[in-house]
Design a protein around this ligand. Structure first.
Ligand SMILES: [Zn+2]
Length: 191
């Protein structure tokens, strides 16, 4: 019985040794696998870091492009604002020119109406001058006629200058207008 136990002990020890050896190889293969995994992880990490660096580079490049683009955009916006200002200034100038043109037209109209007024005033002036000269002529002729004296007879239908032979019977001095008002006509001998 003791032998059996000691045999069994031996057997268990043998088994234990066997198990330990097996475990050792198993763990050795496990260690290899772990190494493999570690290497793979290392590779993945390297790839990942490479990829990340590339991505960062690309991101930096894109950010640069974006900055440039924003700069260009700002410049264009400035240009556009400047051009809009110029456009507004030009529009204002155009408006004031149109105002001036309207004023000039109004002034031209005023000048035209003043010219026509001037012409009609000149006409009126001429008329007045003509009328006044006519009146003067009439007045002077009237004056000369009324102040001139003629000679008439008692019965004759003519009026005479002094010394006419028809004045031998009667010789009456009257004004020319008096003779006219009597309906007398000039004598054909003395006139
Ligand atoms: Zn006479």
């Amino acid at each position: 019985m003791k032998n059996f136990i000691s045999n069994k002990k031996n057997l268990i020890i043998c088994l234990m040794i066997l198990i330990m050896i097996f475990m050792g190889t198993a763990s050795a293969s496990s260690i290899h696998k772990v190494e493999d995994y570690k290497n793979q992880i290392k590779l993945v990490r390297e790839n990942l870091s490479n990829y990340t660096e590339e991505s960062n580079d690309k991101i930096k490049e894109l950010e640069k492009k974006l900055t440039n683009f924003e700069r260009v955009k700002a410049k264009y916006e400035d240009d556009i604002a400047e051009k809009e200002n110029k456009l507004q200034t030009l529009q204002a100038k155009l408006d004031s020119l149109e105002d001036q043109s309207i004023k000039i037209k109004e002034l031209n109209n005023q000048v035209e109406s003043l010219k026509s007024e001037n012409v009609s005033l000149k006409d009126q002036n001429n008329n007045v001058a003509n009328e006044s000269s006519k009146t003067k002529e009439e007045t002077s002729s009237n004056n000369s006629e009324s102040s001139t004296t003629v000679h008439i007879t008692n019965t004759g239908s003519k009026y005479h200058n002094a010394g006419c032979r028809y004045l031998s019977r009667s010789d009456i001095m009257v004004t020319f207008s008096e003779a006219k008002s009597r309906g007398l006509s000039p004598c054909s001998v003395c006139h």
